[in-house]
Ligand binder design. Structure first.
Ligand code: ZN
Length: 82
């Protein structure tokens, strides 16, 4: 297993086993806080997978909000009768 670069914004060399996942993370990770809209450059965005969902654990350095942002292909939503 190759060593990952210490800077999470620097992509591993193309062809490395993690290169595709790292590139998708860089493209798709939340860029702004869902609560205060500050840039998350100084915050934390860590990603894991739950089935087909991509879950981004997000922490904002500006307002200290912490939560998950989830990307999914399909959603099942139930709405009560009005
Ligand atoms: Zn915030």
């Amino acid at each position: 297993m190759p060593d990952l670069p210490p800077d999470p914004h620097r992509l591993p060399p193309p062809g490395d086993w993690f290169a595709s996942d790292a590139a998708h993370h860089l493209l798709d990770r939340p860029k702004f806080c869902p609560r205060c809209a500050a840039a998350l450059d100084r915050g934390l965005v860590s990603e894991w997978w739950s089935g087909g969902d991509r879950v981004f654990l997000t922490w904002c350095a500006e307002c200290h909000w912490t939560g998950n942002v989830v990307l999914f292909d399909k959603a099942v939503i139930e709405e009560p009768e009005h």
